[in-house]
Design a protein around this ligand. Structure first.
Ligand code: UDP
Ligand code: MG
Length: 312
């Protein structure tokens, strides 16, 4: 009885946290197994995303201690989302839970996720109840980003990162999204099968440092917008329309001044300001177009998203 559960853990330079993460996940597997929810061949898959430290050696050692701790080694660093996708699309099992290696997400709710799945949910989102451990800056920008994405017509689950359960059916649906610009938390709600949420408190990373500096976070946020929404392109069109309307009135105004009032003073400001203004808008618009063309460029190549070097 019970379902076969796979837990996917992307790891990039995580030698400092892995032994503890593995210890806790083993205990968790034992506990859920004892309650009869999962089968004995349920396992944890650590996806080594081209780490430069002893992550893979650690995974190999862990596998020697407990065959339920397994490993997938990517050929090189592909980034968090690709590593996660590689794990999700490779492992077997009736349900797959993805979770970060640093255990900032509370693993004890995995049991609740499995219960929701057994009760019929194909996707179970882990949602942070409190973000007390995040900085006020991170919380505020996250909320702003979420609201912006909603405006752009992208459905995101608020306060949900990549801690979730996917049923076999949901994973097979995800497999059909062939895009190379991967933003999983925007793609999964599009699948549309029955979903549920479980709440938890987010903790501090207990060892090692964040692999997401501000620069990577901004890139990730931009990726989310440009790979899921075309609203920014529409905003350019609207802006162009408004500026054109404005210049139309300006023409009338200037003609009126020249032909009727006949008292125009050669203006410096009125010619220089529009040059800066229009120049700025045009560059911005070209930049936004460029972002999308870049995406088209990458998608049209349809390059493979990851290569698996070896598995344990
Ligand atoms: N990660 C990865 N590849 C990368 C960067 C990060 O697989 O290129 C993994 C990392 O090992 C961790 C997860 O993605 O399991 C989230 O990273 P982190 O905890 O550093 O991000 P934060 O929680 O600070 O946003
Ligand atoms: Mg983290």
């Amino acid at each position: 009885m019970g379902i076969r559960l796979s837990i996917v853990v992307p790891c990039y330079n995580e030698e400092a946290v892995l032994p503890e993460t593995a210890r806790r996940l083993r205990l968790l597997l034992d506990r859920i197994y004892a309650s009869g929810l999962i089968t004995g061949d349920s396992a944890v898959y650590f996806v080594d995303d081209g780490s430069r430290d002893a992550t893979w050696t650690t995974i190999t050692t862990l596998n020697g201690q407990d065959p339920r701790l397994r490993g997938i080694k990517l050929s090189r660093n592909q980034g968090h989302q690709a590593a996660l996708l590689a794990g999700l699309l490779t492992v077997e099992g009736d349900a797959v839970v993805s979770i970060d290696a640093d255990l900032q997400d509370d693993i004890s709710v995995i049991e609740a996720m499995v219960k929701e799945h057994v009760a019929g949910a194909e996707v179970v989102y882990g949602v942070r109840d409190s973000r007390a451990t995040d900085t006020a800056f991170k919380r505020r920008t996250a909320l702003l980003y979420y609201q912006l994405m909603r405006r752009f017509g992208v459905e995101l689950v608020h306060n949900h990162a990549d801690f979730r359960l996917l049923s076999r059916r949901a994973v097979e649906a995800l497999r059909q999204y062939g895009e190379v610009n991967i933003f999983l938390r925007g793609i999964i709600p599009m699948i549309g099968y029955r979903a549920a949420t479980v709440k938890y408190d987010r903790a501090e990373r207990f060892a090692g440092v964040s692999k997401y500096p501000l620069r990577k976070m901004l890139a990730f946020a931009l990726e989310g917008v440009t790979s899921l929404s075309v609203v920014p392109l529409r905003i350019i069109t609207l802006l162009g329309f408004l500026v054109s309307m404005f210049s139309f009135f300006m023409i009338i105004f200037v003609l009126y001044g020249t032909l009727v009032v006949k008292a125009v003073i050669p203006g410096w400001a009125s010619s220089v300001v529009p040059i800066y203004f229009l120049g700025g808008i045009q560059l911005l618009a070209i930049g936004i177009l460029g972002e999308y063309i870049g995406k088209i460029y990458l998608e049209s190549k349809a390059r493979p998203r990851f290569f698996i070097e070896s598995t344990l």
